[in-house]
Design a binder for this molecule. Sequence first.
Ligand SMILES: CC(C)(COP(=O)(O)OP(=O)(O)OC[C@H]1O[C@@H](n2cnc3c(N)ncnc32)[C@H](O)[C@@H]1OP(=O)(O)O)[C@@H](O)C(=O)NCCC(=O)NCCS
Length: 150
Amino acid sequence: MIHLKELDKNNLFEVIKIHDTLTEYQKRCVAPNVVSIAQAYVNPQTWPRVIYHDTEIIGFVMISLHDEDIPKEDQPSYYLWRLMIKKDAQNHGFGKKVLDIIVHKAKEEKQKYLYTSCEMEDSMPYQFYITYGFMDTGLNDGEQILKLKL
Ligand SMILES: CC(C)(COP(=O)(O)OP(=O)(O)OC[C@H]1O[C@@H](n2cnc3c(N)ncnc32)[C@H](O)[C@@H]1OP(=O)(O)O)[C@@H](O)C(=O)NCCC(=O)NCCS
């Protein structure tokens, strides 16, 4: 079963090491977790969580519960800042299950959209989000901006 837990002193270093498992291209798609955790420390509106498959740590996800970059008419919405599944756990449907958990939380909290952005050098992770139902906003701020209607 996939579930999300808070960071703590016991899982911190294992979460940081996940970045080393990614391919060179994947490393360009997502910031190292150590950077994300530092950002979480200075951005109180973020919601960082460790992804577990049963008792095994398989990834890291972080959303921003409020984001100034989202247009006023689409507020309130969450912004998925980071999603990382370790290399040997990819393509098992886990990333999709994490999106399900985030979407469930966002709907419960009456959000309009889930925003995210991604690199466009390769079909992944763009296809992952489009298959899930994200729309391409056509906007690009260095990365393609996508949104999912909730
Ligand atoms: C992108 C990422 C989060 C996806 O997680 P994942 O667990 O590997 O993806 P899933 O197994 O849940 O795939 C879900 C769906 O995405 C689509 N998908 C997955 N890999 C794909 C590929 N290579 N090409 C096209 N579609 C793909 C499929 O439709 C799949 O559903 P299906 O298995 O029922 O066909 C993960 O690969 C990852 O961490 N990549 C490195 C970091 C990264 O790019 N993060 C995103 C930052 S924006």
